[in-house]
Design a protein around this ligand. Structure first.
Ligand SMILES: Nc1ncnc2c1ncn2[C@@H]1O[C@H](COP(=O)(O)OP(=O)(O)OP(=O)(O)O)[C@@H](O)[C@H]1O
Length: 246
């Protein structure tokens, strides 16, 4: 459970996400979706209870420890570093399993240089995966919003996650840009990644999520395939303040 003062933001939630699939986490504004991501990634510690991922307890762990367990994320608002190229942004995400220390890097030791080359190669490969290799040297702030989102996804892939949490990846995009992101997410899942996607864009949910979970006031409303969930009278009531079939 996560409580902020008198507000229970998340309460007793379990999600079963088949490996290699995209699972949507949806619900009206303030339902608790971002809080779920913050709890899973160690940005928040739960007020009560425990959190488990793939049989391991994750609550109480620091974000970098959770990343090492195979969970990575992107943010609701793109968070890239200004003054860094697309390639450098992605390189920052690839240092989790580095085998040279900061001290060795400062001294320019061979192990640090070899490590830097490996990280650079990996980041280039990730840029190719998100179709951004040709923009590797561009500063992030000169890229379009959709391109920045791709860079953020590539950076999140740098820690070799099993589970990627995307917080509104299509926010601020038109429908065709959103579909391009949806297709990219699908390709990543085809390659074995599992994705939990918070999304308000219902076309994205119906087209790209194999299953979804709907929450309201931090609690589970329904889980299942997107069409069934969205047609559910409780879900309709949560979104529109009425029961569809009432
Ligand atoms: N750091 C915080 N401090 C206090 N209250 C918070 C904090 N973060 C979230 N909340 C509250 O917890 C509840 C859930 O918020 P959360 O941002 O998780 O919802 P959400 O479903 O992601 O909403 P949206 O779709 O608008 O992004 C809301 O009532 C919110 O005001």
């Amino acid at each position: 459970m996560m409580r902020f003062g008198g507000v229970v933001a998340v309460d007793n939630l379990t999600m079963a996400i088949p490996k290699g699939s995209v699972h949507g986490l949806i619900g009206p504004n303030g339902a608790g979706k971002t809080t779920v991501i913050n709890l899973i990634t160690g940005m928040f510690f739960p007020t009560e209870g425990t959190i488990h991922f793939a049989g391991k307890r994750t609550d109480g762990k620091q974000p970098h420890e959770i990343a090492a367990l195979g969970i990575s994320r992107t943010y609701q608002n793109v968070r890239l570093f200004s003054g860094m190229s697309a390639l450098e942004q992605v390189m920052t995400g690839c240092y989790l399993n580095r085998d040279s220390s900061l001290f060795q890097s400062f001294l320019g030791m061979p192990i640090a240089r070899a490590n830097w080359r490996r990280v650079r190669e990996k980041a280039m490969h990730l840029l190719e995966r998100v179709s951004m290799a040709d923009r590797a040297d561009e500063l992030a702030e000169t890229l379009s919003y959709g391109e920045q989102r791709r860079i953020e996804i590539a950076r999140a892939l740098g820690s070799d996650p099993q589970l990627l949490l995307l917080d509104e990846p299509a926010a601020g995009m038109n429908q065709s840009e959103a579909r391009e992101i949806g297709k990219l997410v699908h390709e990543l899942c085809d390659a074995g990644l599992t994705v939990l996607m918070v999304e308000h864009n219902m076309s994205m949910v119906t087209e790209f999520c194999q299953s979804c979970t709907v929450i309201n006031f931090g609690r589970l409303l329904i889980t299942g395939d997107a069409a069934t969930c969205l047609a559910d009278p409780e879900v309709q009531a949560a979104y529109f303040g009425r029961k569809k079939h009432a």
